[in-house]
Unconditional design. Sequence first.
Length: 250
Amino acid sequence: MKAVNQITVTGMVLAAAPVGEYDRRIVILTKERGKISAFARGARKPNSALVGVTSPFSFGEFTVYEGRTSYTLMSASISNYFQELRLDVEGAYYGFYFMELAGYYAREANDETELLKLLYQTFRALVNPNIPNRLIRYIYELKAVTVNGEGPQVFECICCRGKASELMFSVKRGGLVCSRCMGRVSDTRTLNPSTLYTLQYIISSSVEKLYTFVVTEEVLEELETVVTDYLAEYVGKHFKSLDILKTIIL
Ligand SMILES: [Zn+2]
């Protein structure tokens, strides 16, 4: 009997690049196999069934042939193309950045169920006009580092585990610091109580409940500073898509 190495995975296309004259190589973040790369034969021929399904943002089920060293895409059934983003340049570039960050964290053969769920819910929020894109960005960034196990400690002092009332935030220590331990930490900053509550909510709530609130401009600005500084400290990569996004939202 001949083994058929064909599997169906649930995932989202993070990136697509042309190969040769008619083909494409895509990167898919999957629930079952983590981040995989798959070859899509003929995906650039105008009448190929693989044209649309291999575009970034496509979310659904992908049937791939598993070779010894690589995957080949056979077919796909897409449940959400996030088509709204084709008419929304700003939203689309937020999307490209979110995918680059997810791709940076995701590993092959790793369980990336949480990260995929986060990315999917973040795209749902991105096409929802009621949630500001800036807020979506900081929620997503903070939750992505948290899902990856590098989130800040925002419930107790990171040095002594104490729950004293005056807690300050230290990016270098990676979380809150109490008044007793403050002397040993050089980069403490005071947070607005609403900002601290927002950080706690983002870190502790389920992915499904992440995008259910908005904040004041003051809290949004503080959230921006804290999350941006935190990522600068703990994410060791420069994202090209973020540079492009910055030129668009200025
Ligand atoms: Zn302490």
